[in-house]
Design a binder for this molecule. Structure first.
Ligand code: DUC
Ligand code: ZN
Ligand code: ZN
Length: 443
């Protein structure tokens, strides 16, 4: 951390130091912290999943992003069954472009290892979509078998792309779900028991083994890692020269699965599920050791009505749409529970939430406050405490899973390419003012 002036010209950081030049606008940030805008590498806006479409479209979702100091999101193009991923890319651009208030980039989910999907990889990379998500869970929907995983990873690596992986053994999840339901165990907490830690760890092991057979050119990125054991598996491969990385979400660092037991337990159903205190501690320690590369929120928002499938009572856990809000609370959660408690440094906070995702997803002018970079900036008052309420957040729902938490580090001002786009909770940018940022493969 340094104490300096920062001069912005034409939307870029122009100079850092002791600056006496005239400016159109001067922001007095004494006593405040200035960070690069966050890059949330994992969001699902306007996402059709489990018979519902997420409540946050690109307008609400990117307002939530700016509210949390996130200046760029990376969302997942999700082709419909049988849809050519290239058509889905066009569809996602059409949904996002008129609505975004932050900048955005795109990954693409490949829901098959067939020729159409594999043939789309190169043209998508040419359009700036350089990362592709493959699923090891959700049979008959998104799951790819090992053969398809192998083919897809190989094709993605051939063109220098990134394979993002949802690592859960879907077949075992389905078995355990059947067993629990047959025993009448339908409450939200059984969501956790249907997907125990080992379900993820097995899949992390398997995907690492499969990817390693293809070679060291593979870049493998395990999204929403919920166990420290999965981080350790990837670390061992990294030691041997493999480019394997983990992402986790602030959710997994905050609560254990007991949140599923409360009155509103259904709101916390996401996959992988919230874990145990041992996993929370283990993930924080891996973050402190720089073994977790990216913090992504997995922002995937459903209203109470959607979560309950428009019924009076909560449906069996396996019918509740999986997903939780998160983009607006990445920074305060990391700041309060990580930095302020001495678990991670400010440099580590910035690396995982901005610099590293910019590098991994090829967002060339993002993720740093150095001359020439986009002036994407977040200003926080480190002494100001907030009590979280959905009313101060921008998602299109009437709850927060962090309701009542006392957190520091909510941004006071968010700046996107030199323009103030959020101040004290008020969004100042209009729909469509954000831009698509194509990812570029580093040579
Ligand atoms: N997990 C979720 O909780 N929601 C969306 C998809 C996923 O993998
Ligand atoms: Zn996933
Ligand atoms: Zn996700």
């Amino acid at each position: 951390m340094v104490k300096k002036d920062l001069y912005i010209r034409d939307g870029k950081v122009s100079k850092i130091g002791d600056i006496n030049e005239k400016a159109d606008e001067v922001i007095d940030a004494s006593g405040k912290l200035i960070l690069p805008g966050l890059i949330d590498g994992h969001t699902h806006m306007d996402f059709p999943f489990m018979s519902e479409v997420t409540a946050d479209d690109f307008y609400y979702g990117t307002m939530a992003a700016l509210g949390g100091g996130v200046t760029t999101i990376v969302d997942f193009i999700t082709p419909s069954k049988g849809e050519n991923p290239l058509d889905a890319y066009e569809r996602w651009r059409k949904k996002a472009d008129p609505k975004v208030v932050s900048d955005y980039s795109l990954h693409c989910i490949l829901r098959s290892g067939d020729k159409t999907s594999l043939d789309a990889v190169k043209p998508l990379i040419d359009r700036g979509v350089i990362s592709f998500k493959l699923f090891m869970a959700y049979k008959n929907e998104l799951l790819l078998d090992d053969e398809s995983l192998y083919d897809a990873i190989k094709e993605i690596a051939r063109h220098g792309g990134v394979t993002a992986i949802h690592a859960e053994n879907g077949a075992i999840v389905d078995k355990r779900t059947e067993e629990l339901l047959a025993d009448g165990k339908i409450d939200p907490v059984y969501h956790y028991f249907s997907r125990p830690e080992i379900v993820e760890i097995e899949a992390a092991n398997r995907i690492a083994a499969i990817a390693s057979m293809i070679g060291r050119d593979v870049t493998l990125y395990m999204v929403h890692t919920s166990t420290y054991e999965s981080v350790d598996i990837f670390r061992e491969y990294r030691k041997k020269g493999y480019k394997f990385y983990n992402e986790t979400t602030p959710n997994y660092l905050t609560y254990d699965y007991s949140v599923l037991e409360g009155e509103y337990g259904y709101r916390y159903i996401m996959s992988p599920p919230f874990r145990t205190q041992a996993e929370i501690d283990g993930l924080w320690s891996r973050l402190a050791m720089d073994e977790i590369y990216v913090m992504g929120s997995d922002h995937c928002v459903y209203s109470d009505e959607q979560k309950k499938r428009y019924m009076d009572k909560v449906p069996p856990f396996n019918e509740v749409p999986n997903g939780t809000p998160g983009t607006e609370t990445i920074l305060p959660l990391l700041f309060t529970n990580g930095y302020m408690k001495g678990k991670i440094s400010m440099e580590q906070l910035v690396s995982v939430s901005s610099t590293n995702p910019a590098k991994l997803f090829g967002l060339k002018n993002k993720g740093n406050l150095l001359p020439g970079y986009d002036a994407d900036i977040v200003i926080i008052d480190p002494k100001k405490e907030f009590t979280v309420s959905y009313k101060m957040l921008h998602s299109n729902i009437k709850y927060s899973i962090f309701e009542g938490e006392k957190l520091y580090g909510f941004p006071e001002i968010t700046i996107l390419k030199g323009k103030k786009v959020m101040e004290n909770g008020r969004i100042l940018a209009s729909a469509g003012s954000g831009k698509y940022v194509p990812g570029e493969i580093s040579k």
